[in-house]
Design a protein around this ligand. Structure first.
Ligand code: ZN
Length: 723
């Protein structure tokens, strides 16, 4: 789920800045000359990734911004409040940025270098402020409002109306409709919020860095996996490099920190209970005292967000957040949480009892505490179904997995995926380029696949982003192009690239996003593909695809041991399925606790009156945690998702999207997964609704047109083994 946060955050950011641009000035010959020397100033075909150099960035973006500012001024003075007189010019404004700013951001992720970063940082503030200026343009806002109130509105189709509505909504949320003192106050609030969220995030980072536990006795490392020993020894040596320290994995010293790759495995494997307690308490009280204390920031943030929401005419910040989401109301979110909770609670209690029992049976006499949970849960997992990535990898060669994925898409959606051998404009020799064809054999989209890890210049994780949107340019349709980036192991000698099961799931996830980007049939770029899809609905298409990894025939069909050709043994498949539902009630409840707290703090909470945010959290936990938080727990002080990220009054989105994707997959289960004609038919319906319509209608309408009803939590609970 980490991918969710990263991805959505990313493409939102790119999309926002892509809202700027004005192409009109660029069809002249001057631009042509510039394009000859600067690949970022070429606005047709595929971006020339191979030719883009850091030194192209500042001149190209500076020039584009200057043009755009002039064109924006002109549009503001001369616009007509019609589709042709306002929306089409706005669409055209975007094009140069799609070709220039999009690739720059992409290269930052796949071919990073200090020079590239520096160039990006030089121009980024100007891009951001221009994007804001555009969003807050009063003449454009008034033009949109006039268009909506006028005679032409009736003639627009659903997709066109969504374009106008989304632009109006975005402008309203940016405070455009405010005047006088309210407007001034709004800007003040925005400035303070921006500073507070940055401070919050910096405090968490600094507090995380400030803690270390140094171990020198090899007996303390008993039971650690080799990777943790290595990491901890390297961490110590890195910290004391100036004193000439060299990492010694076996003799130490070892350094444990609160960074997750160190903290997580330590809590799972350290046999020293007291040390686990120390590290756990440090983790749970990060940024809660001294100069890094976030408690005051939390109260101030919540108070300012409520004030902002009220200025914009909403009853609470949660209502403002939901105005741009699929979830219809705050109550609908609480209802979902309640349903999932009542199904999970009993299972979570059993999970806890099981761990208590295991700890007792292994001689633990002290009462079971938070710092025991990770440790005993890991032991239980070992007993039940231990398997390692290394056992599974040989069965999942990349080529075989891709063939399985493409053939599944062919069956479901009637598309063919064809690799194009030569793609000279790609950013790296390992990158592949594919066309997607429809049943009639016409190219409807393309994608780049960047499959392997390159620690030296590519970021970790996996993600999809829009390369080029589907759009009409001078009467011709330009089909969409998306980027799919993964971090698999490259082939070595005779050994092909072998994937872990998690990497297979991730590939399916990102390809799901990609399908929504590629199979769109919408002609209006603002709402084509992923564009305009509400935050809490955007993971439907991706997680839907993950479900197929647990469908036995599909999964078996794409496994073949790279040496023997054998499919995955049944026993290993069963373990994969058992791992999917392992402690599902506990995992679910934890997400619900966070989601409920987030929603409550942004809806019903009044800072400075009565209870503190910490007390609210603890009261909620009485109901939503089987092991209540400790008195000294200050988890909220490091809850960056909602206080420094984009998840304020939106944390529930994780669960919301899981409900949707499980429920959508359940439609296929109901049709009978082995009934080929039924599956094909339903696959086409999914393609023509969820994948084709994208953001061109409200996501609830899109969902209803696929499922024939609103989403239900039943399938998610069943898949998680909670019914
Ligand atoms: Zn995703």
């Amino acid at each position: 789920m980490l991918y969710y946060a990263r991805n959505t955050g990313r493409f939102e950011a790119i999309r926002d800045s892509a809202h700027l641009s004005n192409v009109s000035a660029y069809s002249d010959s001057m631009a042509q000359t510039a394009a000859d020397s600067n690949p970022l100033l070429r606005f047709e075909g595929l971006p020339a990734f191979h030719a883009i150099r850091p030194e192209h960035i500042v001149p190209a973006i500076t020039e584009l911004i200057a043009h755009l500012e002039r064109d924006l001024d002109l549009l503001e003075r001369t616009l007509e409040p019609t589709w042709k007189g306002l929306i089409l010019p706005l669409e055209r404004l975007e094009l140069p940025f799609e070709y220039a700013w999009g690739p720059v951001n992409h290269l930052l992720n796949v071919l990073n270098s200090p020079e590239l970063r520096e160039a990006h940082e030089t121009v980024q503030p100007d891009v951001v402020s221009l994007s804001l200026r555009m969003r807050q343009s009063v003449p454009i806002f008034e033009g949109l409002a006039t268009l909506k109130a006028g005679l032409e509105w009736k003639k627009l189709d659903d997709g066109q109306r969504r374009v106008v509505d989304l632009r109006l909504r975005s402008a309203r949320h940016a405070g455009v409709a405010l005047t006088g003192a309210a407007k001034e106050r709004f800007s003040e609030i925005e400035r303070e919020l921006s500073k507070l969220t940055t401070d919050f995030s910096n405090h968490v980072l600094d507090a995380t860095k400030a803690f270390e536990l140094i171990l020198t006795d090899p007996a303390d490392t008993e039971g650690w996996p080799p990777s943790l020993k290595q990491l901890a020894a390297a961490s110590y040596a890195g910290k004391h490099a100036e004193a000439g320290a060299r990492p010694d994995t076996e003799a130490g010293p070892w350094r444990i920190t609160l960074d997750f790759p160190s903290f997580g495995p330590f809590m799972q494997h350290s046999r020293r209970r007291e040390q686990r307690k120390t590290v756990y308490l440090a983790y749970m009280t990060r940024a809660s005292e001294g100069p890094l204390d976030n408690s005051g920031i939390i109260e101030r943030l919540l108070s300012l967000r409520q004030e902002k929401a009220r200025l914009l005419g909403f009853g609470s910040y949660a209502e403002l957040s939901l105005d741009a989401k699929m979830a219809p109301s705050v109550d609908a979110v609480f209802t979902m949480i309640e349903e999932l909770k009542s199904a999970s609670l009993r299972h979570a209690k059993n999970d806890l009892e099981e761990l208590r029992e295991l700890a007792r049976a292994n001689g633990q006499t002290e009462p079971f505490a938070h710092w025991d949970a990770g440790y005993w849960s890991e032991r239980l997992q070992e007993q039940r179904f231990q398997f390692t990535d290394e056992e599974l990898r040989p069965y999942f060669p990349l080529e075989r997995v891709l063939a399985g994925l493409f053939s599944l898409c062919e069956r479901l959606f009637g598309i063919r995926v064809e690799e194009i051998e030569e793609q000279p404009t790609a950013w790296h020799p390992d990158v592949r380029f594919y066309h997607v064809k429809n049943e009639a054999g016409a190219i409807i989209a393309s994608f780049y696949l960047d499959p392997y890890s390159r620690p030296e210049n590519k970021r970790g994780g996996a993600w999809m982003d829009n390369g080029l949107d589907r759009r009409w340019i001078d009467g011709a349709l330009r089909t969409p192009v998306v980027h799919l980036c993964c971090n698999g192991t490259p082939p070595v000698g005779e050994t092909p690239s072998l994937m872990s099961f998690r990497e297979v799931e991730t590939l399916f996830h990102e390809f799901g996003h990609g399908l929504q980007g590629m199979l769109t049939t919408v002609d209006y770029v603002d709402v084509a593909g992923i564009n305009g899809v509400e935050w809490d609905a955007v993971e439907l298409a991706s997680q839907f695809m993950e479900n197929w990894c647990y469908h036995k025939p599909t999964l078996m069909g794409m496994t073949a041991h790279y040496q023997t050709g054998e499919p995955l043994p049944d026993a290993l498949f069963d373990k994969l399925c058992a791992a999917r539902t392992f402690r599902a009630g506990t995992v679910m409840l934890r997400q619900l606790l966070f989601g409920f707290t987030d929603m409550t703090l942004h809806h019903r909470y009044h800072p400075g009156e009565g209870k503190s945010a910490f007390e609210v959290y603890k009261t909620i936990a009485k109901d939503l945690a089987v092991l209540p938080p400790l008195e000294e727990d200050r988890f909220l002080c490091s809850f960056s998702h909602i206080f420094a990220g984009g998840y304020a009054a939106g944390y529930y989105s994780y669960k919301w999207a899981e409900v949707l994707s499980a429920d959508a997959f359940a439609a296929f289960e109901e049709a009978g997964l082995s009934d080929e004609p039924a599956i094909r038919k339903l696959g086409r319906r999914y393609r023509d609704t969820v994948l084709a319509l994208g953001g061109s209608r409200h996501p609830m309408d899109v969902y209803r047109s696929f499922r024939g009803r609103e989403p239900s939590t039943k399938a998610l609970l069943r898949h998680a083994g909670l019914v």
